[in-house]
Ligand binder design. Structure first.
Ligand SMILES: Nc1ncnc2c1ncn2[C@@H]1O[C@H](COP(=O)(O)OP(=O)(O)O)[C@@H](O)[C@H]1O
Ligand SMILES: [Mg+2]
Length: 445
């Protein structure tokens, strides 16, 4: 088995910096002794023995099964699509259901990438279908157009739900869908007219990744559709999801629809919810995550369900590799190091080099503050945002100068053209790496 030794870190022995002002020890090692670290790592081995020795073969088969079970339970980078693999988020699901069922509102679910919007939308859809709603799910691409997208939705609503069609009539028997009942070119008003004729069911249209649509008229048309559907008390409700810091970023320019819309922010997972995610792995692979391991994963993942799964998965694999049924803090640390290593390796070489150089190390607290400031929504942040994260004792002018230094061509940051001065990390993966590194360094302190 591959034993993962956790080397003592030298963080505390360096007097010039406090631990949280330096990159996590693992990154220092990666950046400064790349040849060493790959040479010292043990070579890969087969997971199971091919021998006919029944007893040890049984053990190996069992272990392999548990590994596969853990991968299936936690390893997916896909959104969760059923309740069985969905952890926590009871409040969010209850709010979403109540907004749709009790208040008959349209809902906008918003939050940063990876926080679980698509998963919530899928589990909500499953729940609504059980209650006999007709749920139509569509993921928006950058090219999305209002009429093509909504014609496709109309094509999934059977004509027998139109109030002009009598049950058992030839039209009802002949099948067909709502798309046959709409003009070739239509706008939100014509569509709302048609959709308000729906009877005998309620329809929920989910527009996932709403923020990705580039066409401004798409958003204007959707706002107009929401307004018209509400005015007509139609039996159709929209659920939009998107990466945004607040509701205004997604629908802010349409004040007339605000009272018909509920905003549902997705919060970081709580410790209890992280525990629930891990419990899915525990049940599948017959493992137990120790409290210390769970705490470590919670801290480093910063409430992201994606990172919880990733680290939970690797920590479980390390434990299984050591033939241990309990995932300890050391297994957790090994997993975090593994994740940081893979993450770093996935960045372009130039970016790795940019992070490793002395200027970046000297400005580590600033870079971490920048990553925090830009961690929600579209990733852009102002000098003020960075100042808030840095805490007291920093001058705006100095911070701006330092940020600008990282915003030269091919460097870590880029500047948004026009308007207020705003920065963003050129590679989104960099801020995640910085945040995980900061959490790791804090734990080592
Ligand atoms: N409630 C949850 N329980 C377990 N895993 C989750 C949950 N929500 C999200 N995840 C996991 O987190 C990752 C990101 O989720 P996703 O729904 O795609 O986020 P978003 O749409 O906000 O970018 C996925 O790998 C998904 O499996
Ligand atoms: Mg999504």
């Amino acid at each position: 088995m591959i034993a993962v030794a956790i080397p003592e870190t030298d963080v505390l022995s360096v007097p010039a910096f406090s631990a949280r002002e330096r990159p996590a020890a693992i990154l220092d090692r990666l950046w400064h002794e790349p040849a060493e670290s790959s040479r010292s790592a043990s070579l890969p081995r087969f997971a199971a023995s091919a021998s006919d020795d029944v007893e040890s073969a049984d053990v190996d088969v069992l272990l392999t099964r548990r590994r596969i079970a853990l991968r299936d339970a936690l390893g997916a980078s896909q959104p969760v699509i059923n309740r069985e693999h969905f952890a926590g988020r009871r409040d969010a699901l209850a709010q979403l259901i109540s907004a749709v069922e009790q208040q008959r509102m349209h809902v906008v679910v918003y939050g940063e990438r990876g926080i679980g919007k698509t998963s919530l939308a899928h589990v909500f859809a499953e729940t609504a279908r059980e209650a006999r709603y007709l749920v139509l799910y569509g993921s928006c691409g950058t090219e999305a157009r209002f009429d093509t997208m909504f014609r496709a939705f109309a094509a999934r609503i059977p004509r027998l739900y139109h109030k002009s069609i009598l049950p058992n009539s030839p039209e009802a028997e002949s099948g067909g869908h709502f798309d046959t009942m709409i003009e070739e070119h239509f706008g939100p008003r014509e569509l709302a007219d048609l959709l308000s004729e729906i009877t005998g069911t309620r329809v929920i249209i989910i527009l996932d990744e709403y923020d990705r649509v580039l066409d401004v008229s798409f958003r204007r048309d959707v706002a107009e559709l929401i307004k018209n559907l509400s005015d007509r008390a139609a039996r159709v409700q929209l659920v939009l999801t998107g990466v945004a810091q607040n509701l205004d970023e997604l629908v802010g320019y349409a004040p007339s629809i605000r009272r018909n819309i509920m905003g549902l922010p997705m919060r970081p997972l709580s410790m209890t919810e992280v525990r629930e995610v891990l419990a899915i792995g525990e049940n599948a692979a017959d493992l137990v995550y120790s409290d210390a391991a769970a705490k470590l994963i919670t801290t480093v993942a910063g409430g992201s369900p994606y990172l919880v799964r990733l680290m939970g998965y690797h920590a479980g694999m390390v434990a299984l590799g050591a033939r241990n049924a309990t995932v300890t803090e050391a297994h957790g640390r090994a997993a975090v190091e593994r994740v940081l290593t893979d993450w770093n390796a996935s960045l372009p070489r130039r970016v790795q080099a940019n992070l490793a150089r002395e200027e970046a190390r000297a400005q580590w607290p600033l870079l971490i503050a920048a990553a925090r400031a830009g961690s929600s929504a579209d990733g852009y942040f102002s000098v003020d945002d960075a100042l808030v994260e840095l805490g007291p004792g920093h001058a705006a002018a100095a911070v701006e100068r330092a940020l600008r230094q990282f915003a030269q061509p091919h460097d870590l940051l880029e500047i948004l053209d026009g308007g207020e001065l705003r920065f963003r990390f050129r590679y989104p993966g960099v801020s995640a790496l910085l945040l995980m590194s900061a959490a790791m360094a804090q734990l080592a302190a």
